[in-house]
Design a protein around this ligand. Structure first.
Ligand code: ADP
Ligand code: MG
Length: 238
């Protein structure tokens, strides 16, 4: 755990739950149902990593690997403005990469082993890490093969995080009702995808209005508990 750095989420309460923020040298998984805030947090971290250390950032750039086509530059602009940053400059410091299938997603990450050190990248986002694998290996009959490929991909991401002391953040959409999908552990609410990979798992749930609840799962070095945060036009806040 030497030389680990942290990136603020924008919410003091969520940062406290995480022991100060999202850590480098590891994978952080945000999992939760549709609309729970996974993509908004990924956008926010891509902005916040650019902040200087005294404001909770790493003065670094972000790579955003988008597998679902849900990335929005307008959200980056709004979040940059919310922090008093120059939106054009913030957008220039985010390398957007669209992954069209799981093989493409894996090859993008392979290429990052040369791209990251050359470009001052301190955060890599994969939103979501699971969607292509699920679409390409559907049903219980492909579950073992899918998990094997996904685990190899997650180990690749872990090596990237460790090799360059960067933060890797992945998302995973799970079912609102795990009882109707009992055949597949990775889509159940309790079934995060990092089961066989070290890392920090955070479950997100919707609450009233713009409120969201985060819970750290299976993290021996973090206290048990929950954090409440909100999603505003300007981004993630308390
Ligand atoms: P997930 O990726 O978990 O499916 P998102 O991160 O896309 O969910 O969260 C979507 C939610 O974020 C919306 O339901 C809305 O509550 C909030 N949101 C998105 N854009 C804005 C905005 N411009 N202003 C305020 N809230 C927003
Ligand atoms: Mg999303």
């Amino acid at each position: 755990r030497l030389n680990i750095k942290k990136i603020t989420t924008g919410s003091k309460s969520l940062d406290d739950l995480l022991g100060g923020g999202i850590e480098t040298k590891t994978i952080t998984e945000f999992y939760g149902e549709y609309g729970s805030g996974k993509t908004q947090i990924c956008h926010q971290l891509s902005v916040n990593v650019q902040l200087p250390p005294e404001r909770g950032g790493l003065s670094g750039k972000a790579v955003y690997v988008d597998t679902e086509g849900t990335f929005r530059w307008e959200r980056i602009e709004a979040m940059a403005r919310g922090l008093g940053l120059e939106p054009d400059q913030v957008m220039d410091n985010i390398f957007y990469m669209r992954a069209y299938n799981s093989d493409h997603q894996v090859s993008i990450i392979d290429d990052l082993f040369t791209f990251v050190p050359k470009n001052d990248v301190r955060l890599v986002v994969v939103d979501s890490v699971t969607s292509h694998f699920r679409a390409e290996f559907p049903g219980r009959e492909h579950l073992a093969e899918r998990q094997q490929k996904l685990n190899a991909h997650l180990h690749q991401l872990m090596r990237l995080a460790e090799a360059f002391n960067i933060a890797v953040v992945v998302t995973n959409q799970v079912m609102a009702r795990p009882d109707v999908f009992y055949g597949d552990p990775t889509t159940a609410v309790g079934g995060h995808v990092l089961a066989h990979t070290p890392g920090v798992r955070i479950q997100l749930r919707r609450s009233k209005g713009n409120k969201r609840i985060a819970r750290v799962v299976d993290a021996p070095h973090l206290p048990e508990g929950e954090a409440v945060f909100i999603i505003t036009e300007e981004g993630i806040r308390d």
